[in-house]
Design a protein around this ligand. Sequence first.
Ligand code: ADP
Length: 664
Amino acid sequence: MTSASTKLPFQAEVAQLLHLVTHSLYSNKEIFLRELISNASDACDKLRFEAINDSGLYEDAPNLEVRVSFDKAARTLTIADNGIGLSKQEAIDNLGTIAKSGTKDFMSKLSGDQKADAQLIGQFGVGFYSGFIVADKITVESRRAGMVAGEGVRWVSGGAGDFEVESIDRPQRGTSVTLHLREDAEDYLNAWKLKQVIGKYSDHISLPILMEKEEWKEGENDQPGDMVKTGEWEPVNKASALWTRAKKDITPEQYSEFYKTISHDYEAPLAWSHNRVEGSTEYTQLLFIPSKAPMDLWNRDKSAGLKLYVKRVFIMDDAEALLPSYLRFVKGVIDSADLPLNVSRELLQESRDVKAIREGSTKRVLSMLEDLANKAAAATAEPAAPAADKPASDEVTDVVDKKEESESNSEDAGKYAKFYAEFGAVLKEGLGEDHGNRDRIAKLLRFASSTTDTVSVGLADYKARMKEGQDAIYYITADTLAAAKNSPQLELFKKKGIEVLLMTDRVDEWALSYLHEFDGTPLQSVAKGAVDLGSLQDEDEKKAAEAAAETFKPVLERLKEALKDKAEDVRVTTRLVDSPACLVVKDGGMSTQLARMLKQAGQPAPDLKPVLEVNAEHALVKKLETSAHFDDLANILFDQALLAEGGLPQDPAAYVRRVNALLI
Ligand code: ADP
């Protein structure tokens, strides 16, 4: 039964994306084939999965495959699969909209600069729409497994604003995508060319990709000869899932292409690790660390990157139970030998096998990162840095190929910095999330510091160059690097040449609350509690400070009274050199910066009263004693201290009035 076709508009984002696809991705045309074959392969995976509970879905075609064919005269190229297929509604929904989270966000990042946009599009993954790079019209015919022949669908679009759908008769299950090639894409009407591209991008696809065999036929009556189809189909890929092959048989390019297929990333991965794990639970892991963060990295609900297979049968995408959330940037495949085929997401959460896989994979990722970090250290330091900690669990044994411990490329020195710039903030979440690996995670962290501008200082580096007598790792949190660097709280540390770590990621404050010490040395915020440099402060300095505090006492009492609504306490400090005053919070209290952040995010935050610390040596503070405007000056001191750390006075207008009054 067929019916009239219906014309429907694309979702606005799709129309915009299509425009970009055809205009920006031109330099890398051939990837369309990878995307369409990957979709066909996914469709077969889905069928196999649904058929676990309903073998009738195989109908009379149990051998899943992809067929690639072309018609020179009609100038069409067709990629057909006998996978799960699409119902009419699914065709409308899936081929007319983009369901991915972060689509809007992604679109807003596009600049109009074709080169930059092409990169972004690559990261986002255009999938099906990439067909329009080479085609000016695409016809999709499909029937969903389990539906009757009359419930087939035809979807046609020229890739502009709309598409048409109609119901068709389609006896065979699955989807065929026919590309009506543009004139300048005619080279894809060539078996040799197609085989070459398939070999490059899709060799690792686990199901057979078939093409019709051709034979040379001499021309008759003085006509030139040509290749003619024989009606016999032959596989043109290896058709064994990449991760099931031995490491030594896989080239870096093949790993890289496999990564691109599963991640929809354009760029090669930074590193990968491929192992068969034996022990109480058996599985193969192939894990990749991307070079670039995806658009939805910050969406903790979505974006787990591992695909789960059981005995080579695809079970699910985004299996979040396989890795902790702070490693959600990792992409790859886990193929378990032990889990039941009908395992559900709920069951995964409780499975002991999954727990072992999760622990093993976490350790593997951490050691990949340690490896990158050590290579970076080895490149900058002499002598070479110590080797990476190996996974402690003896369940994780690499039996595939011991010699090639971690498979990765050679120019490694800059990779860790690259990784850290993209994913460092996510990794920090691990301090709170993964107590068992906290020490390993802490070693992987990098910060800027008062003596180093780049985010490159590890806690171990810091410790190694601590001053004689220094007994804490000092840090400060702030909204920006500039605010951190210029914070009054740093003045004494600068004067004494003590390095302070500068933390400006949003997660720092929260993450650091889980890390009280590193390798036996406590971490101490320079903005919390009274400054205590311990033995770094000499006795004379301490005595002088105490004496100053004593003579300053009456002024201090007046200050406390004047600021009693704003400040928890007022005290004299030695931490300031050039500034008159600064704010600190009580030891163990929430920093004013975090409280401010929570409020901005609309979350409940305690109304903290900070402690005002004043520099008794500062001219402005000295002036207090004799000032006729004591109250104004006191309030100005407080508000300025707030401004200096990126806050705002409670009553900005009053602040301005007070300053102006003094200026006049
Ligand atoms: P993605 O594959 O990243 O989801 P695509 O744009 O490539 O994005 O495809 C959109 C959706 O269309 C897929 O998620 C799938 O539901 C459907 N689809 C695409 N190709 C096929 C196919 N060959 N068989 C069945 N469904 C398909």
